[in-house]
Design a protein around this ligand. Structure first.
Ligand SMILES: [Zn+2]
Length: 493
């Protein structure tokens, strides 16, 4: 079936401002551009929309995002009555697990007014506490606890009572997440999910079930703890079917900025500690050797500048198989000398522009003032490194327009100030993060990320020309999302 897409401004992303007036698709591919002669079976009226190659989120947790969307989240609500009303509304007779509670003194007696027999756990928003009702205290053998407000280990014990995700729930999480992503104009995502829920086989099974009816270009990283399951499975690497790929092995090099465990070159402000390596160098060596034995690339969580510097040396000592790329997830801080080393290596950087908007200036208050390169996206881009845009959802809202705005404006949500004028990307570069560049990790045979003959028919339709009006990024609406020639989201319907 041939479809002609008309009445749009189609930005090819080949070079700045390069656009065409119409295109024809067939069997999931673009087969012609600016061709009004060829006979087609149907016409898709874009109604003046701006059409881009489909948005891709290069690092997120699809199942985790679906869980966040499915669970009740109190979003730090302060009003006790509103909280109790929401809990009451959600309670259906089985164990209720709620996230995002800011401890405001609400206690077991309050929760008991909703139910004292059905277990209720309100996880605190800092993840270090939980408020529970009598039913939970009974299960814990702590009937006499005065408040039901638990901290640290006691809270963890309560959270451990939450029933594990069933196969059906996991499938629901994935379906919920993908539908929401499609409504954001996202046509594909690179997701780290295979360890956290029902393991390698269970999670792939749920993805396959959803992808049968819901097209979405899913690229799954493989957590290092499921590597053996993958090796035993006999599954091929990369392409499983048109909507599912298996990618690099996900490992961790350091911790996080907020917990001061990201491995930094200078000690944290007013301290003498530098952060942490998740694995000792010996263990890391064993791990990377094993992964290379199987000729696989790695995707490494790396936040601190010292972590990045050490990784550059590891990559040099244990190079990835010819033609493949390793990935660095986050790369929030860097030393100038490291950027020089990284230039020589086949690497992809999965960056999260929204981290700047939500982390700074809080982050600046804890790192050493000597820290030089902070979210240095322009420096990376000038060094010809491949940068892919991502949200790390559920950490950030996976709306790519918000990520593009953060990359372009580098503005903090906290104080509205701009951080690092010289590291701003142009609007064209910022859009490329979520289109052309984000497609690189799906590898060479794939024709995605441009509007070109022979390329996949994955498109994002917007109501605003964001190249001309970047000031409207945050209010721009997605009109439709096309994946593999299927319209999977249409705001007009
Ligand atoms: Zn992540």
């Amino acid at each position: 079936m041939k479809t002609r897409f008309i009445n749009g401004q189609f930005f090819t992303m080949i070079k700045e401002d390069d656009h065409i007036d119409s295109l024809i698709t067939e069997h999931g591919k673009i087969i012609a551009i600016n061709d009004l002669v060829t006979k087609v079976d149907q016409v898709f009226d874009c109604q003046q929309a701006v059409v881009l190659p489909g948005f891709v989120d290069a690092h997120l947790h699809i199942a985790g995002y679906g869980q966040q969307l499915s669970l009740l989240n109190l979003n730090k609500e302060a009003n006790k009555n509103i909280i109790l009303e929401k809990v009451k509304h959600k309670l259906n007779g089985s164990f209720l697990y709620v996230q995002g509670h800011m401890d405001n003194g609400l206690n077991k007696h309050d929760l008991n007014t909703v139910s004292s027999t059905v277990p209720i756990v309100l996880r605190h928003s800092d993840y270090h506490g939980a408020t529970v009702n009598d039913a939970v205290l009974k299960l814990l053998g702590k009937e006499n606890h005065p408040t039901g407000i638990l901290h640290e280990l006691e809270a963890m014990e309560a959270v451990r009572l939450v029933p594990p995700t069933t196969q059906e729930q996991l499938t629901e999480f994935i379906e919920t997440a993908i539908k929401k992503l499609q409504s954001y104009g996202i046509t594909g995502g690179h997701s780290d999910d295979l360890y956290y829920f029902n393991g390698y086989h269970g999670t792939i099974q749920s993805f396959n079930k959803v992808l049968k009816t819901l097209p979405f270009r899913t690229h799954l990283l493989m957590h290092y703890l499921v590597l053996d399951d993958y090796l035993k499975s006999g599954d091929p690497w990369l392409d499983q079917h048109p909507y599912l790929q298996l990618g690099a092995i996900k490992i961790f090099y350091d911790g996080t900025l907020s917990s001061q465990t990201a491995l930094m070159h200078h000690p944290y402000r007013n301290t003498d500690h530098y952060g942490e390596r998740i694995f000792s160098k010996e263990v890391f060596r064993t791990l990377i050797k094993k992964i290379r034995q199987h000729e696989l690339p790695i995707a490494v969580h790396t936040i601190g500048d010292q972590a990045l510097e050490e990784l550059a040396d590891w990559f040099k000592e244990f190079p990835v198989k010819n033609g493949l790329h390793d990935r660095i997830i986050h790369a929030s801080f860097a030393l100038e000398k490291t950027v020089e080393k990284l230039k020589e290596l086949p690497l992809i950087f999965d960056i999260q522009p929204q981290f700047l908007s939500s982390d700074l200036p809080k982050g600046l208050a804890i790192i050493n003032p000597k820290t030089s390169l902070i979210y240095p996206w322009k420096t990376y881009m000038d060094a010809q490194l491949i940068l892919c845009g991502s949200s790390d959802a559920p950490v950030e809202d996976p709306n790519p327009l918000l990520g593009i705005a953060s990359a372009y404006y580098r503005q903090s949500d906290d104080d509205g100030l701009t951080y690092g004028e010289n590291e701003k990307l142009s609007i064209f570069e910022a859009v490329k993060l979520y289109t052309t560049y984000a497609q690189v990790p799906t590898y060479l045979s794939k024709q995605r990320g441009y509007l070109k003959v022979g390329f996949d028919a994955d498109f994002t339709l917007l109501d605003t020309n964001i190249f001309k009006h970047p000031e409207k990024l945050k209010t721009t609406k997605v009109i439709a999302t096309i994946i593999d020639d299927h319209c999977v989201y249409d705001q007009r319907k």
